[in-house]
Design a protein around this ligand. Structure first.
Ligand code: NAD
Length: 492
């Protein structure tokens, strides 16, 4: 674990990173706490519209040269950036732990994933090959993918290293320059990314960081110099950002919250299913947009629930379960559990009032299993974002699918069964963007893209993988005729 006293000057007082320089103008600031023990680890500036404008101007100045480089040249910098992520793996992992509260293994998996995201971006020269065809004798049509200009990326607290890397490598390799606004709760990892990008050789102004809250997000949505906005966070804010950015005529993809359903059939492999459900609901303390939140048990699955309780009892806050992000988050999660209990849910395992010895001021919630949850309860419908699974009992698969389809969200859904036919029915009928079969966290890996349906995503393309290439570029269509004798017709 990093001792906060060992943080560099750039980390112990977070600054904005504009045009290759860390700077802090005189403005209001807020404390950054470590959720592990509630202690203050840093502070960050609450930046203003002026700071956003400064960053956009720097990104605008850097754009002509950066976009004028070949994609093969831009990729070289991201090969080096990927190597630096690997070189600094332990430090970056500990930084995620310190500011987000995950376990070491979970935080390391995040940095590993960032490397994979870079590897995909580094493969872009092989994927983004332009098209050319002789359409009439001597006349050629060509389509080239061109960058948009200055783009923005707004990120949430739950993956301080990975989610920024969903957008940085792809958008930049494709020739855009960027203004990023990380979550004010976890600003440290992106500071280190800015340093490593510079060390990798990224020219000044190509990547800029503006720290703060709502005011920064609003200024990004309104700034006429920003061409596209990507957002990852809650559905409430995704809606605000999508509406505001698109009403200002920007391209936008806004990923929102989730309420993922795992459909468990009686023929499912009991041990594998139980361990997958528990790992999905408790990993990263349930603060994953891909986490299991509702388990719909079809017919008699009591034997699987019994195994789940046994598995979950082996999870101990502060040991193999990290903290949740804040005191407010802990209060909200425990409030959901209490409300469900008061409304008749059976609490099979209770994670309320978890205390970790030596870290009494940390924000911990133990794994919680609620059974006999009914659709009228808020735990059945709302995103809890904590290590809580709500079990709803269904008489058959049709009813289970109808419950899944009834959710406003649609990030992920999984089915656990040994039957290919029943799995296929869920694959076809579940109303979610990412489907799993016998997998608790069905995250598509590169080059497949990441993005949900319904109120889990607003906008057309996904945020990663091949789909992100559409989002970060526009097509230029050129028709050429060099030979005066070339065939002519009414179109050319
Ligand atoms: P959040 O929506 O509170 O914050 C996200 C970003 O929006 C932050 O940078 C924050 O500063 C900014 N913001 C907050 N309130 C705002 C407002 N009123 N106006 C403008 N900007 C505002 O989300 P969070 O709590 O940081 O992250 C957790 C949420 O993110 C969960 O709902 C989770 O499901 C979701 N999430 C979704 C995905 C996905 O891929 N769909 C991935 C990760 C997280």
């Amino acid at each position: 674990m990093i001792n906060p006293m060992q943080l560099t000057a750039e980390l112990s007082e977070v600054k904005n990173y504009i045009d290759g320089k860390f700077e802090r103008s005189s403005q209001q600031s807020m404390d950054v706490l470590s959720p592990l023990d509630g202690s203050k680890i840093s502070s960050l500036p609450l930046s203003t519209t002026q700071d956003v404008d400064d960053a956009v101007q720097a990104a605008k100045r850097a754009f002509p040269k950066w976009s004028g480089m070949t994609i093969k040249e831009r990729v070289q910098i991201f090969f080096r950036y990927r190597s630096l992520l690997e070189k600094h793996m332990d430090e970056l992992t500990k930084l995620v732990q310190l500011e987000n509260g995950k376990t070491y293994g979970e935080a390391k998996a995040e940095v590993d994933k960032s490397m994979e995201l870079c590897e995909f971006a580094c493969s872009m020269p092989q994927i983004v090959v332009n098209e050319v065809q002789e359409v009439s004798k001597g006349v050629e049509c060509r389509i080239e993918r061109k960058p948009l200009g200055v783009v923005a990326s707004i990120t949430p607290f739950n993956f301080p290293n990975m989610v920024p890397n969903w957008t940085i490598p792809n958008a930049l390799v494709l020739g855009n320059t960027m203004v990023m606004k990380p979550s004010e709760l976890v600003p440290l990892s992106t500071v280190r990314m800015a340093e490593l990008l510079k060390e990798a050789g990224l020219p000044d102004g190509v990547f800029n960081l503006v720290n703060g809250g709502k005011e920064v997000v609003e200024a990004i949505c309104d700034h006429p110099g920003i061409k596209a906005v990507s957002f990852v966070g809650s559905t409430k804010v995704a809606k605000i950002v999508y509406k505001r950015a698109t009403s200002n005529l920007k391209r936008c993809v806004a990923l929102g919250g989730a309420k993922n359903h795992l459909l468990v059939l009686p023929d499912a492999n009991p041990e594998m299913t139980a361990s997958n459900v528990i790992a999905s609901m408790s990993g990263c303390a349930g603060q994953r947009c891909m986490a299991a939140s509702v388990m719909v048990g079809v017919d008699n699955i009591q034997h699987i629930i019994d195994l789940m309780v046994e598995d979950a009892k082996k999870i101990t806050p502060g040991k193999n379960l990290g903290s949740v992000i804040s005191a407010e988050a802990k209060k909200r999660i425990e409030g959901y559990i209490s409300e469900a209990e008061a409304n008749g849910a059976r609490v099979l395992l209770d994670g309320r009032n978890a205390i970790v010895p030596g870290k009494e001021n940390g924000f911990y919630v133990g794994p919680t299993i609620l059974d006999h949850v009914t659709l009228d309860m808020s735990v059945a419908r709302e995103e809890i974002f904590g290590p809580v699974i709500s079990i709803i009992r269904a008489k058959d698969l049709d009813e289970a699918i109808a419950i899944e389809n009834g959710s406003n969200y649609g990030n992920a859904a999984s089915v656990f069964t040994e039957s290919g036919g029943l799995a296929k029915q869920v694959m076809e009928q579940a109303s979610a963007g990412m489907i799993g079969v016998n997998i608790g966290v069905p995250v598509p890996r590169e080059p497949f893209s990441f993005g949900g349906w319904n109120e889990s995503k607003f906008g057309v393309s996904d945020i990663t993988g091949r789909s992100s290439i559409e989002f970060w570029t526009q097509n230029k269509k050129t028709t050429t005729k060099w030979n005066p004798e070339a065939q002519t017709n009414w179109m050319s």
